[in-house]
Design a protein around this ligand. Structure first.
Ligand code: BDR
Ligand code: CA
Length: 312
């Protein structure tokens, strides 16, 4: 039996690779993609999801969600993801967008489903916080939230905070206080999952359109100035942020996790920090180690995977 998932994301170069991976394996059953404001505006993240789903010849339901974080205004990242959020690599595409807002669609899918559904989140947690606030009856229908965000000892947008949690710390606080099981694939996981220049060359040699697109995305991402983390991520390399939670669900055996009690800093200099509170409670299982070779091999296997509607 496949694992049913809903992906809530803000594509985004790395969200795009995460979507492609999620659709390219025999383990996951993607029930819907929902979009949130983050890397770029929600109009652009939804447009990018349309482009990717069209590119994948998918028929997964797509919905658009929150235009801005719950309290703060949006600080988007065109400098990292390009003006359109996808380095201009895909043309605008025709793809139907469901009329329901993201939280409403997720609510309907959860309540209709006989089994619990896992939610993969690769953007700010705004849509999921709205789901919890507007439809608390859904909480028990969520198997777990497997998310990219946070970091135990480091940040990438400030010294203290990772971008997704920094973007909407109020939402993160709601999610981390909800009692829903959380697998947090934070910066520790991302920095152990770096896709190196030589891996990109390997990917570019695979003869299919998914690999051509992903190698171009990784080439562009490798050119980005990540001054803040230049000691960790060399030019030409890319940390596989958003593909990590997808990889975790496909191959949990290549990850090590540790349970922590995480508190979200809402404001001030430490806004967005996922702070570890040392006590015997825990609210998240945090990925602390990844087998880098295995995650790159998994990415390559997903790229080689023949999709149903794929003519290749
Ligand atoms: C996260 O921030 C976004 O820019 C990426 O898409 C990823 O989800 C990494 O901190
Ligand atoms: Ca993202």
């Amino acid at each position: 039996m496949k694992i049913p998932i809903i992906m809530d994301c803000d594509p985004g170069w790395d969200d795009t690779i995460a979507i492609i991976m999620a659709l390219s394996n025999n383990i996951l059953d993607v029930k819907a993609i929902t979009c949130v404001a983050g890397n770029v505006s929600v109009e652009k993240t939804t447009e990018n999801a349309k482009k990717v789903l069209n590119f994948m010849k998918s028929n997964v339901i797509l919905a658009s969600g929150a235009k801005r974080p719950l309290v703060y205004s949006l600080r988007s990242l065109e400098n990292i993801h390009g003006e359109d959020g996808l380095y201009g690599l895909l043309e605008n595409a025709e793809y139907g967008v469901d009329k329901r807002k993201a939280d409403e669609l997720i609510k309907d899918l959860l309540l209709e489903s006989k089994e619990k559904i896992t939610i993969v989140v690769t953007g700010a947690l705004t849509n999921i916080a709205l789901l919890i606030k507007n439809y608390p009856e859904c909480i028990d229908k969520i198997k777990k939230i497997c998310m990219m965000g946070g970091g135990i000892a480091t940040g990438n947008i400030t010294k203290y905070a990772e971008f997704n949690i920094y973007t909407d710390p109020h939402a993160a606080n709601i999610v981390f206080s909800s009692g829903i099981p959380i697998v947090m694939c934070g910066l520790e996981a991302s920095y152990k999952s770096i896709c190196k220049k030589e891996d990109v060359v390997e990917i570019s040699k695979i003869e299919n359109k998914k690999s051509k697109l992903v190698s171009k995305i990784l080439e562009e991402s490798g050119k980005v100035n990540r001054d803040y983390i230049k000691e960790i991520v060399k030019k030409g390399d890319s940390p596989l942020y958003d593909p990590v939670p997808v990889a975790y669900l496909i191959r949990p055996d290549i990850f090590k996790t540790k349970k922590y009690n995480i508190k979200i800093e809402i404001e001030g200099e430490k806004r967005g920090q996922t702070k570890v509170i040392n006590n015997n409670n825990y609210n998240a299982e945090v990925v602390i180690d990844v087998n880098r070779k295995e995650i790159i091999d998994l990415l390559i296997n997903c790229l080689k995977f023949k999709n149903k509607n794929d003519g290749e």
